[in-house]
Design a protein around this ligand. Structure first.
Ligand SMILES: [Zn+2]
Length: 84
């Protein structure tokens, strides 16, 4: 009897798929080089304002750098899409 291999990422109990990771973490590892890295999808500005309002933050504030990162990421994605 062989035990089912599971993902090597802590707190992940998904079935092993490749390279020690489950499908989800393997895909993330291939994409970002870090199986535990969290990929933040770009958030549209109007949606960001809505979310910030939802948690009681002003529309503008200390997370502008986060927004800038999202925008940079969006630009990267656009460039990649154009390059392919
Ligand atoms: Zn996993």
């Amino acid at each position: 009897m062989t035990a089912t291999r599971i993902c090597t990422v802590d707190a992940c109990t998904d079935e092993h798929a490749a390279k020690g990771y489950c499908q989800k973490h393997y895909a993330r590892w291939r994409r970002t080089g870090d199986p535990e890295g969290t990929y933040t999808a770009p958030i549209p500005t109007n949606q960001l304002h809505y979310l910030r309002n939802l948690v009681g933050l002003p529309a503008e504030g200390p997370t502008n750098d986060m927004l800038q990162r999202w925008l940079d990421q969006e630009n990267d994605d656009t460039r990649l899409a154009e390059a392919s």
